[in-house]
Write a protein of this length. Structure first.
Length: 104
C-alpha cells in the first residue's frame, strides 16, 4: 500500500495528538520561524485539519492511545464526566472549523 502522508504530515499528526493544539503541532512539524505571524500559522494548521487523510490518521492515532474503546453496545456511565472526550473533540474539530469560516 502506498504511503498516504508525508513525513511532515505524520509529524503534524503525532504532535497534534500529544499537544491537542493545531498551531503548536504545525510549528513543531513544519519548523516554523518564531517570526511567523500567529494568523498565518493558524491558517496553515487549520488547512491541515481540513485534509481527510490527516483527519483519518489522527483518528487512528487517537484510537491507538485510547485505553478503552466503546462499542454501540456499551452503556455510558451515569457518573462519567460531562466534558467531551478528546476523540470526540478530534472528530468534531473539522466541523467546528467550517462553522467558524462560514459563521454558523
Amino acid at each position: 500500500m502506498k504511503k498516504t502522508l508525508t513525513e511532515k504530515q505524520e509529524a503534524f499528526c503525532r504532535a497534534y495528538i500529544r499537544t491537542q493544539d493545531a498551531d503548536q503541532a504545525y510549528r513543531r512539524a513544519y519548523n516554523v520561524s518564531a517570526k511567523t505571524k500567529a494568523k498565518s500559522v493558524r491558517y496553515f494548521a487549520e488547512s491541515k485539519l481540513d485534509n481527510p487523510k490527516i483527519v483519518a490518521r489522527l483518528a487512528e492515532l487517537a484510537k491507538e492511545q485510547s485505553p478503552l474503546i466503546l462499542t454501540a453496545d456499551d452503556k455510558p456511565l451515569e457518573d462519567a464526566a460531562t466534558s467531551p472526550s478528546p476523540l470526540w473533540e478530534l472528530i468534531c474539530r473539522p466541523f467546528k472549523i467550517i462553522a467558524r469560516k462560514f459563521h454558523f
